[in-house]
Design a protein around this ligand. Structure first.
Ligand code: SAH
Length: 394
């Protein structure tokens, strides 16, 4: 296939030969004239070897490789990749009679760097993180509704906050195909209102599905505190697990309203749930010691980029220290970090420091991560972002 050609400096092909899909701008020796953000380009090593074809953009990551083969990246290419993604999820049982909320495309993990697709019943919510995916959005949308057996009839495009601001693409959040067709999705037999129009990210955090199920197992007869509850995912599972009481906390009043609606949808009139709109740190500071014996800490990413790592680690330590200080004896703490910039080891160290500060005896029961519909391309370890620990606190 003919695409504008990019040539790398000598030796800069190494990571690509190991199938890592990013070309950093510093690796490029020659950029063709007139190349524009979002263009497809063919990348060559200094010795003339063809390495792959990908989307070009301005920034530290200059090319995201879509294919290592010399093939056309067109509508049929996207259709094949999406079909692979769907088949994988169905064959491993993620999409089933009890679950129609799932991640269909996880960027590099599905060999489609720059693209995220979450599915909620008949609606697919598409997020482009690269100009190239923005330009491909209509091909992608058409392929989504044509996926056999996926049952997708509407495609909502939501990239106003995910595309590089400087590219001046001015995307609009809108339905590319179909229209609003209900907002209730199902996860492991539980129902959730999902607000992709106004909610954060694509509207729901499907990445906690497996971890919510584990929490359900631990909830029987416990008093559960769900911090940073957003849509109330963990709260609803805790109620199904037989929690004595569940308290949901989020600083956003909208999140609290959504949590209450989701509890009502599954357990109408549940007398043992209450929700409070307040800052998590303040809530923990004011909370009486021993009030809860199961606490979930699932904060937003404290480190949105590498420069913020130090402060973020301090934030995780402070938050976890509060929980260790207040959790009842023989309590269970589910603690998470979804910051991609922070490694498993760094997070663990922050939690260890918090535990040490409290002086309590703490054991690790489980080490958690993201579920299988957020696969990690083995050549792109950066795709691993969700980290969690389940701790027994005496
Ligand atoms: N646990 C959720 C996802 C959490 S998203 C789930 O399973 O779906 C992070 C949430 O933290 C958001 O809803 C946001 O409103 C809330 N938040 C951010 N900062 C906060 C703070 N300081 N105190 C309480 N909630 C906060």
């Amino acid at each position: 296939m003919e695409y504008p050609e990019i040539v790398l400096h000598r030796g800069k092909e190494e990571s690509l030969l190991r199938f890592h899909p990013w070309v950093f701008s510093g690796a490029i020796r020659h950029l063709p004239k007139g190349i524009e953000e979002g263009d497809l380009v063919k990348v060559f090593a200094a010795d003339g070897r063809m390495l792959g074809i990908g989307h070009y953009q301005i920034g530290s990551i200059a090319v995201r490789i879509l294919t290592w083969a010399d093939e056309a990246v067109d509508a049929s290419f996207y259709a094949r990749r999406l079909d692979d993604a769907f088949r994988m999820r169905r064959s491993i049982g993620i999409v089933n009679a009890d679950t129609d909320a799932y991640r269909l495309v996880h960027g590099e993990g599905d060999f489609l760097p720059g693209l995220i697709v979450d599915v909620y019943g008949p609606t697919a919510v598409v997020q482009a993180h690269s100009p190239g995916m923005h330009f491909a959005r209509l091909d992608i949308a058409r392929s989504l509704v044509e996926l056999p057996d996926a049952g997708i009839t509407s495609v909502y495009y939501k990239s106003e906050t995910t595309l590089p601001y400087k590219a001046q693409l001015d995307p609009t959040n809108e339905y590319l195909i179909g229209d609003f067709s209900g907002d209730v999705a199902m996860e492991q037999g539980l129902k959730f209102h999902v607000d992709w129009l106004r909610g954060q990210k694509t509207g729901f955090f499907v990445d906690q599905r497996d971890n919510r199920m584990l929490l359900q197992r631990y909830s029987a007869d416990r008093k559960v505190l769900n911090m940073f509850c957003y849509t109330g995912g963990f709260s609803v599972y805790a109620l199904r697990g037989g929690a004595r009481e569940v308290c949901s906390v989020d600083s956003s009043a909208k999140a609290i309203a959504l949590t209450e609606a989701n509890v009502e949808l599954n357990f109408p009139g549940a007398p043992n749930h209450n929700a409070v709109a307040v800052d998590a740190f303040e809530y923990l500071a004011d909370m009486e010691k021993g009030r809860f014996d199961l606490i979930v800490l699932d904060p937003p990413a404290f480190a949105k980029h590498r420069g913020a790592i130090k402060n973020a680690l301090r934030g995780y330590q402070r938050l976890n220290a509060r929980a260790f200080e207040k959790i009842a004896p023989r309590g269970v703490l589910f603690t998470f970090s979804c910051s991609q910039a922070i490694t498993k080891e760094q997070f663990r160290l922050a939690v260890f420091s918090a535990a040490a500060q409290s002086g309590r005896r703490v054991r690790i029961l489980h080490q958690l991560t993201q579920p299988a519909d957020h696969p990690i391309n083995i050549y792109h370890p950066e795709g691993e972002y969700l980290k969690g620990l389940v701790l027994y606190v005496e």
